[in-house]
Design a protein. Structure first.
Length: 153
């Protein structure tokens, strides 16, 4: 596997969504944005992807302005185009038209010096699903502790 330098991750994504499928996409950036990403100055929380006119765009992905850049007018939240194959976009169009499915970015990283975004086809979890998951996790942890002989059981 090729070495990856992870810039940022969306940690709440796996908590708030059930992830069905993931894809790796390139991202169209300007020079100062790439420099900011290399410094780790990005935030994926509240970001999402949408398909518009047969192309995929990433919204609300915040890249802080590079302090030494001569270009000062860049909007840190501007929509950024994602680079995917046409067949992948067509498949995503079919899936996202179904009720409840959305595209969310999971992580941004560099591979061989190129910025990539891992996007996921996800379905939102209900409050009930999240509570159920927490109960199962708690029960599993208690069972593991009982096996180890912890907590004085």
């Amino acid at each position: 596997m090729v070495d990856q330098k992870i810039v940022c991750q969306n940690k709440k994504a796996r908590h708030d969504y059930t992830i069905e499928d993931t894809l790796e996409a390139g991202i169209v950036l300007l020079g100062p944005e790439v420099r900011s990403l290399r410094e780790g100055r990005a935030n994926l929380s509240d970001s999402y992807a949408r398909i518009k006119n047969g192309e995929v765009y990433l919204y609300n992905f915040h890249i802080s302005p590079y302090p030494y850049s001569p270009v000062k007018e860049l909007d840190p939240l501007r929509p950024r185009k994602l680079l995917l194959h046409k067949r992948e976009i067509k498949r995503l169009i079919g899936k996202t038209e179904q009720k409840g499915y959305t595209l969310i970015p999971i992580k941004v990283y560099f591979t061989r010096g190129i910025a990539k975004v891992e996007i996921a086809l996800a379905k939102g979890k209900t409050k009930y699903d999240r509570r159920k998951e927490l109960r199962e996790k708690e029960a599993k942890r208690e069972m593991d502790q009982m096996k180890k002989g912890g907590r004085g059981y």
